[in-house]
Design a protein around this ligand. Structure first.
Ligand SMILES: Cc1cc2nc3c(=O)[nH]c(=O)nc-3n(C[C@H](O)[C@H](O)[C@H](O)COP(=O)(O)O)c2cc1C
Length: 272
């Protein structure tokens, strides 16, 4: 069986889960090719999925849904009736609409969704002072990732005939979710900006998933920036910074009616 595993990972959580899923599939005898759509260039290239038996899509949750750039990319990928599975990494807060809204796109494109999963991952905005899911994903998440791959493999092979019927309708409309997406700039006020010493290596500009970052000025174009903080995560000199979010952390917990203990108690899980 030939599987294509597509993922987007700005700061590495989704990539870690993708690595474990790939390893498990290969241990079961599948051949797995990776297609990393984090880079702007790779999202522009045409991919030929006709020689694959099934596909897996792994995305982070950005404001309750798959990142906009991933949704747009999927909307241009004809499914050819192929079986597929999805998984998402998230920082421990709301994510439910992500399963429903991604399945909606996959159904429209002609894919058959057989399984999904959600995995805890350090929240991107811990870089500004939040403390959500520090050190995740960890070995407990990798156990779930292996089970996800094993159960999905059975479904891909037809040995378990199940597929996903549906997910609960999101509590928010598309317009409301578009609004949440814009909220990130209210919270952060601006994309990462340079504050420290910079050797002008250009890495931040090179890896920016949307072509927003300008290494020379140390500023990102707010129209293009999705605040995924990939630029910050790769900077060898820690020269890029976002606003200090430490004072907003208690409000974030309060808003979600959660404590740090509640967050620590969350587990990754499968949907079959
Ligand atoms: C713009 C943006 C929006 C996010 N929205 C959510 C969210 O709605 N719920 C949540 O639990 N985590 C949210 N997160 C956290 C990420 O989902 C989480 O850190 C993810 O594992 C990052 O994956 P990556 O390291 O592969 O990029 C958000 C992160 C970013 C950058």
């Amino acid at each position: 069986m030939k599987i294509m595993l597509v993922y987007f990972s700005a700061t590495g959580n989704t990539k870690k889960i993708a690595g474990v899923v790939k390893e498990e599939f290969e241990g079961l005898g599948a051949k797995v090719d990776i297609w990393d759509i984090t880079s702007f260039e790779n999202r522009q290239k045409n991919i030929d999925i006709s020689s694959y038996d099934a596909l897996v899509f792994g995305f982070p949750v950005h404001s309750l849904r798959a990142p906009r750039v991933c949704r747009e990319w999927l909307e241009n990928l004809p499914g050819q009736g192929k079986k597929c599975a999805t998984f998402f990494t998230y920082g421990g807060f709301w994510l439910e609409p992500v399963h429903y809204t991604t399945k909606q796109i996959l159904d429209k494109q002609g894919f058959i969704l057989v399984s999904s999963a959600q995995f805890l991952g350090a929240h991107t905005y811990n870089r500004g002072g939040w403390k959500a899911m520090l050190d995740r994903p960890d070995s407990s998440d990798f156990v779930v990732a292996r089970e996800y791959a094993a159960r999905t493999f059975l479904r891909f092979k037809g040995e378990d005939p199940g597929e996903i019927d549906g997910f609960p309708l999101p509590a928010f409309s598309d317009e409301e979710m578009d609004g949440f997406e814009k909220f990130r700039f209210k919270l952060l006020e601006h994309p990462p900006a340079r504050e420290g010493e910079c050797c002008l290596c250009g890495l931040c500009e090179e890896v920016c998933p949307t072509g927003a970052m300008n290494a020379e000025s140390g500023l990102a174009d707010m129209e293009k920036c999705i605040v995924c903080l990939r630029c910050m995560s790769v900077c060898p000199e820690d020269a890029l910074h976002i606003k200090d979010l430490t004072p907003t952390w208690p409000y974030k917990l309060d808003n979600h009616k959660m404590t740090e203990d509640d967050l620590r108690g969350l587990q990754s899980k499968l949907f079959l």
